[in-house]
Design a protein around this ligand. Structure first.
Ligand SMILES: C[S@@+](CC[C@H](N)C(=O)[O-])C[C@H]1O[C@@H](n2cnc3c(N)ncnc32)[C@H](O)[C@@H]1O
Length: 271
């Protein structure tokens, strides 16, 4: 417990030094009351849902092969699977662990991201929303199996996860050398990260699931991306943000149900 607190404290200290605007990001989110609701996908900005008929989760990898190209499992995916399974077996001994479990991404979302990154071999994956790092671990496993590329992750993590040393704790240590985390509000940092990366890219939204935040991130990625780049979003069944971005740009929205959550992943390709 004490070791975890110390690890959390020193991680927080490093993050505040690296990102001087972090305190302002936390203050703004607390003040707008989005902070406690948005990570759970219950933003007050929800709008009417139009997402219908996703394909079942076990057809997701086949959908990726048809839409993005052939791919196969490499050795690193087992590391991500084992870390995710271990985390879901861990008991909820503390409040931080309960929050971590609530925030954790569905393993089937991780598998989809693995398949997409293997099939498209991007130079960079950009994701928002780390928590304990389910999607991060699968994206990093795919980059490792491609022997190419880096993962740029953005998060404004809950204080309880920071204090408990749980942020990114599910990412296997041997995959971390391709990981470039940034701490702060995604609305502020995503444009910078998109500016700093190039080549073939994949964007993954899994942070504030309010309509405005999701739509803002997806539009930002769409504008920065080139033909052949892919955009993925978790929980697109909460409202119409994903469908609205796809129809505004004439993209085909692919929708895949998740295995353990009653949620839906959206994928679209630019170009
Ligand atoms: C659903 S969790 C992410 C789950 C993670 N992708 C996984 O697979 O385990 C959402 C995360 O987004 C973060 N978040 C929420 N609003 C944010 C914002 N405006 N900017 C950056 N991160 C945010 C939360 O702190 C939380 O860590």
């Amino acid at each position: 417990m004490l070791t975890r607190l110390a690890a959390g404290g020193s991680a927080a200290y490093r993050a505040f030094r690296a990102e001087p605007r972090l305190p302002a990001d936390y203050a703004r989110l607390y003040l707008t009351r989005l902070y406690r609701k948005a990570p759970l996908g219950r933003s007050p900005l929800l709008e009417l849902r139009r997402v219908r008929h996703p394909v079942p989760w076990d057809q997701g990898p086949g959908l990726i092969a048809r839409a993005a190209g052939p791919w196969s499992d490499g050795p690193s995916v087992e590391l991500a699977r084992a870390a995710t399974a271990r985390a879901s077996r861990d008991g909820d001994r503390s409040r931080a662990q309960r929050i971590a479990r609530e925030l954790a991404g569905d393993a089937s979302l991780g598998e989809l991201i693995y398949a997409l990154v293997r099939a498209t071999r991007p130079d960079a994956v950009i994701e928002t929303g780390i928590a304990t790092g389910v999607t991060s671990a699968f994206a990093l496993a795919a980059l490792e199996d491609n022997a190419h590329g880096a993962l740029h992750s953005v998060d404004l993590p809950p204080g309880a996860l920071v204090a408990g040393g749980l942020v990114g704790s599910g990412i296997p240590p041997t995959l971390r050398h391709r990981w470039r985390p940034r701490w702060g509000d995604a609305r502020r940092l995503v444009p910078h990260v998109l500016e700093q990366t190039g080549g073939r890219r994949v964007f993954v939204h899994d942070s504030d699931h309010g309509y405005q935040a999701m739509r803002g991130e997806l539009e930002c990625a769409w504008r920065a991306f080139g033909s052949g780049d892919w955009i993925v979003a978790d929980d697109v069944d909460l409202h119409d943000a994903f469908i609205d971005v796809a129809s505004a740009h004439g993209a085909i929205p692919h929708l895949v149900a998740q295995k353990d959550k009653r949620s839906c992943t959206g994928l679209m390709r630019r170009g």
